[in-house]
Design a protein around this ligand. Structure first.
Ligand code: ADP
Ligand code: ZN
Length: 615
């Protein structure tokens, strides 16, 4: 037994034995009435950091979240745990909201989820003032960051919480955490005095893998077929069109893929999201409009088929894979066209120079990650100010790429770019540039007299693909730019001079002859702990879980997570008290499902006996 009320709640309600890393100090700090700013990667366990204090402290824990579409699932999950939870948002009818308000005032609620725009209404503020508040949790706190990718203007209003309820502790949580964002959150939410808890951002079970784009749909299909057959995953695309096309392509190839983007209409979006959450093995093809707050634990891969705009966004998106701690893949395909497109988008974006510079710096960091020949994870974590040793679980660690001295090749290409740029008014693409270097007599080459240029044919030693790699890296390193005033033609930059003059050596990443889609053999590892008997039990428990989930109308993981079922399958408890010791089986779930599970397991035993001793 324990005398810590927080630990008692953790064990009794959630069925977990111990707190993870930072959770304990966060929970204790908030219970004692302190404000906290919590930075933890996705899947590390942020929810418990406010749920446990809300249950320990007197009054209602008010959770501010922008994710209206997920509130029902969150409330269902808490209800399954025996926690009295409810939400107030625009999906409710008038009567539903009245019921919640009444329950709140009568002290019948432990946790109340509220959308920020709702919270800021007079009606809601007056309601909250009539009840007792245990704490305010501000989830997805990075939404207050104006330069971030998830900015929600309503979040700016949340600083009023501090003014109205100076004695109620506030805990702001996010998985996005550069120094700048952190400062912005603290400032805008008036959390300057709050204690900051920064967890390690490492997600060691995610294998990072970045490939050169060739035929991206085929590459994606190969990845899904060879490494993630039947797995749930997310494919991110930049545009709505591409989402539609890619989803269609995958469906035509027998993959259960659904589209998701802001143009789809809210009913269809909700339906697709619900299928992704509730069914096994659905692939969601989406713009970045999808995913915040999706806490499906068994997303096995996140694939990006377009270059993300920043490492911050990228890390958050890939973090949606493998929350259950089992092996997962983060895969990104990118190529020359991505770099050109992103640079152009920045040049054409509205906003002042400082804003554009900021976007440019974010893109540069992302490109640095793509082109690095050292550990990807090291690079990623370095961006968040954390140092680690090479990880052994990224493509660069598993199959170290080679570097080559690309100085001479770069000089050739830069001279060719300079020659073409001087003919302003004509826009020549990468293909033409490479034709010139490789001495190819195309119509375009001879029509423009480009076969008489001194650079014509000086690059026969490299393949077309290798040249594309050189150009992409020159763009990535800022040695070539897309000149908007010169009709989008390629141009030199200030930095190119040093290379042209031979003052700077340029080490480039060697392109594989045939782009590999995978680093090693299958990512999906056989689970060494599940022997065939345990596997049968696991499958039976999963089947039972689907039946229960369907009849309750909730996602399967709300009933029990895979990790819990797996442990039950291995431990084979034969009594309620043995079952209660399994991680993830709290008091309420034991009461609701304990007997049913024991019966299922017992039925299996008789089945096994019958098999081995035929009558
Ligand atoms: P986040 O919000 O940080 O993305 P969640 O709060 O959804 O993460 O937690 C991720 C997973 O880890 C959930 O399945 C949760 O039940 C589990 N978890 C969190 N804390 C613990 C703990 N102390 N012991 C065991 N499992 C935990
Ligand atoms: Zn690595």
């Amino acid at each position: 037994m324990t005398d810590s009320p927080a630990l008692a709640v953790l064990q009794r309600v959630f069925g977990y034995e111990t707190f993870r890393a930072e959770q304990q100090s966060i929970v204790e700090h908030v219970i004692a009435g302190g404000d906290a700013l919590v930075l933890m990667p996705t899947g590390a366990g942020k929810s418990l950091c406010y749920q446990v204090p809300a249950l320990v402290r007197e009054g209602v824990g008010v959770v501010v979240s922008p994710l209206i579409a997920l509130m029902q699932d969150q409330v269902d999950a808490l209800t399954e745990l025996g926690v009295r939870a409810a939400f107030l948002n625009s999906t409710q009818d008038w009567q539903g909201a009245r019921d919640v308000e009444r329950a709140f005032l009568q002290g019948e609620i432990d946790l109340l989820y509220v959308a920020p725009e709702r919270l800021l209404t007079d009606r809601c503020i007056q309601l909250l003032e009539r009840g007792r508040i245990a704490l305010f949790a501000i989830d997805e706190a990075h939404c207050v960051s104006q330069w971030g990718h998830d900015f929600r203007p309503e979040y700016l209003g949340l600083s009023m919480l501090h003014e109205r309820w100076p004695d109620v502790p506030r805990i702001a949580l996010t998985a996005t955490a550069t120094q700048t964002t952190r400062r912005e959150i603290a400032e805008r939410l008036a959390l300057g005095e709050a204690r900051q808890f920064v967890a390690s951002f490492d997600r060691p079970n995610i294998r990072y893998h970045i490939v050169e784009k060739s035929d991206v749909r085929r590459q994606l299909l190969t990845l899904l077929r060879q490494e993630h057959d039947g797995d749930a995953g997310i494919v991110y695309c930049l545009s709505r069109n591409k989402v539609e096309e890619t989803a269609e392509f995958l469906r035509a190839n027998g993959i259960d893929a659904l589209p998701y983007h802001a143009g789809l209409g809210s009913a269809l979006r909700a339906q697709n999201q619900s299928r992704f959450l509730r069914e096994d093995g659905v692939v969601m093809v989406a713009t970045i409009a999808f995913g915040m707050g999706i806490d499906k634990p068994d997303v096995r891969f996140v694939a990006h088929i377009d270059l993300p705009k920043s490492i911050e966004g990228y890390y958050q998106e890939t973090g949606r894979a493998g929350r259950d701690g089992l092996p997962a893949t983060a895969w990104l395909a990118y190529g020359l066209a991505d770099v050109v497109q992103q640079r152009r988008m920045i040049d054409e974006s509205t906003g002042d120079d400082a804003f554009r510079r900021q976007l440019g710096a974010q893109l540069d960091a992302m490109l640095g990650l793509c082109e690095t020949i050292t550990c990807r994870r090291q690079r990623l974590l370095q961006y968040f100010g954390q140092a680690i040793a090479p990880c052994g679980n990224c493509d660069n660690c598993l199959q170290p790429p080679q570097a080559w001295d690309g100085t001479v090749a770069a000089q050739k290409m830069l001279s060719a770019i300079y020659r073409l740029w001087k003919e302003r008014g004509q826009r020549y693409g990468a293909g033409h540039l490479i034709d010139i270097l490789r001495g190819k007599q195309t119509a375009r080459v001879s029509d423009n007299g480009h076969d008489s240029l001194s650079v014509f044919g000086v690059g026969k030693d490299l393949s077309e693909q290798a040249w594309r790699g050189v150009l992409r890296q020159l763009l990535a390193h800022g040695l070539v730019m897309v000149d908007q005033e010169g009709y989008g033609t390629l141009a030199l930059t200030e930095a190119s001079r040093a290379v042209l003059r031979g003052e700077r050596t340029l080490m480039l990443r060697r392109e594989a002859d045939r782009p590999a889609t995978r680093a090693t053999s299958r990512t999906r590892l056989a689970d060494p702990e599940l022997d065939s008997v345990a596997q049968i039990a696991f499958d039976a428990l999963r089947e039972w879980r689907s039946e229960v989930a369907r009849s309750h109308g909730v996602p399967a993981y709300v009933i029990f997570q895979n990790a819990t079922l797996r442990e039950i399958a291995i431990a084979r408890p034969d009594s309620l008290s043995a079952l209660s010791r399994v991680s993830g089986v709290g008091a309420k779930k034991l009461e609701s499902y304990g007997r049913l599970i024991l019966e299922r397991l017992a039925a299996l035993d008789t089945g096994v006996v019958r098999l081995s001793q035929p009558a």
